[in-house]
Structures are given as C-alpha cells and as structure tokens.
Unconditional design. Structure first.
Length: 226
C-alpha cells in the first residue's frame, strides 16, 4: 500500500520550476509531457507570458522574497527545481528559503563547482550540473568511443555502443560477457533498429547496437573491443 502511494506521488506530483531560462523551460515542458502539474515562476514578464499556455500555472515573481514563496504555498509542492544559474545569489537565497519552508525535494542547478558546494552545504537534496554533465557525455560521443554515455554514479555508467564484429552471430551466454568482461548487456537492437531486453540466449549481430552497464574501467575496456 505504501509502495503504491509512493508510486502515485511520483506519477502525479506537483513541481515548482523556478527560473524559466533554457534549462528550466525545457525541464518544465518535459514534466508536463510526462503528466505532472507544473508551476513555472520567473521574474521576467515576457518569459512568463511565453510559457503560460504550456504549463499548468505560471507566475511572475521574485523567489528571493520569503513572503512571495509563502503566498505561493511552496510547502504544498512535492518538489521544487531552482533553475536559476547566472544569478548565484538568487539561486542560493531561493534554495535556502525552499529548504526552510519545508519543500520535501529541492533540486538546484549549479553553474560552477563552487556554486554546487554552497548548495550542498545549505542541505539542498539534489544538486545538478547540467553543463558539466552534458559536456562529459558529449565528449564520449565525439571521441567515437560510444554512441551515448550516462553516468549513474561516480563509478557506474551506462553506454550505448555498436556490437563489435568479433561478437557477430554469438549469444551473450556463449560470449560469457559478464564473467569475461565484468559488464552487463542490458538491451540490444533487432533488425528494425528497436531496442529489446537482452537475455542469455540473445544473439548479437554486427551493425546492431547494445546498451551496456558497468563500472567505468571494465566498461571502457569493453568499448575498445573491435
Ligand atoms: P539557462 O542557461 O537555463 O538559460 P542561466 O543559467 O543563464 O539559464 P539565469 O539566466 O540566471 O540562468 O536564470 C534563468 C531564469 O531565471 C531567467 O529567466 C531569470 O529571469 C530567472 N530568474 C533569475 N532570478 C530569479 C528570481 N529571483 N526569481 C525568479 N526567477 C528568476
């Protein structure tokens, strides 16, 4: 029962997105697309107008003012995302007020490592570094090592890569991928290019793609196999 309640909460949560710049507006649109209710807030009237038809509610307000946050009923929200980056003072003040007012999940975007340190010291639940994380991800794609690269935590990643020619026509069980390479093939594409879950009897074909998970070192070595 508790599990079902928690799931409902995630599926239909109310999220406040503060700062509707490029990052905040993209995030707010995606939350709407996935069925959440979104209150978008920005100090810029023009941006608030632009987003007003796309989000559940939009408000022009300065979130560094405690009274404004109280009036907006922030404590009623499941999550708040502080997507203010350039104005570090506004980001820190807003995050601190949201935490003080008891928002259960506060996410804040950091524009630099020191900005991130301060947000963490304030007790912010989730600090994100979109530029740094995206830069790292794209570097792996540009270098040609992988087709996509996602860090799960500091030593665990998931990559999208092509099936090497040396694996052609063999099953995952025959290749003993996990015991030989220390990584796990999670999904593979079939002839029509769609991903399906991988099983021990799944045959790998050259030219197809696979999603592989594992620790950074063994996964880097695995991606070098031709
Ligand atoms: P992005 O890269 O996502 O475009 P950014 O990192 O450059 O954003 P900013 O431009 O500082 O970040 O802020 C993003 C948005 O936050 C802007 O639209 C800005 O008007 C809004 N904003 C800044 N300060 C406040 C505040 N105190 N209250 C509400 N909104 C704010």
């Amino acid at each position: 029962m508790a599990k079902e309640k928690a799931r409902k909460r995630i599926l239909h949560s109310n999220v406040m997105v503060i700062g509707l710049g490029r990052f905040g507006s993209a995030l707010a649109r995606e939350l709407m697309r996935t069925g959440h209710e979104v209150l978008g807030i920005d100090t810029d009237e023009r941006i608030v107008q632009q987003m007003s038809l796309e989000l559940t509610h939009t408000v022009k307000a300065d979130t560094t003012e405690e009274g404004t946050l109280r009036e907006l009923g922030v404590a009623e929200f499941d999550s708040a995302v502080v997507a203010i980056g350039a104005d570090i003072e506004a980001s820190i003040l807003t995050t601190s007020l949201l935490l003080q007012l008891g928002v259960p999940n506060v996410w804040a975007k950091a524009n630099s490592a020191s900005h991130g340190v301060i947000l963490k010291q304030l007790g912010c639940h989730h600090v994100i570094f979109p530029e740094a994380e995206m830069g790292k991800r794209v570097a792996h794609m540009v270098s040609g090592e992988t087709l996509d690269y996602v860090s799960i935590d500091s030593d665990f990643v998931m990559v999208k890569t092509e099936v090497p020619s040396s694996f052609d026509g063999q099953t995952l069980a025959e290749l003993k991928i996990r015991s030989t390479y220390g990584v796990t093939v999670v999904a593979v594409t079939t002839g029509d290019g769609k991903y399906v879950p991988a099983f021990p009897e799944t045959v790998l074909n050259q030219g197809n793609q696979m999603v592989v998970a594992g620790q950074v070192e063994p996964l880097n070595e695995f991606c070098k196999i031709a």
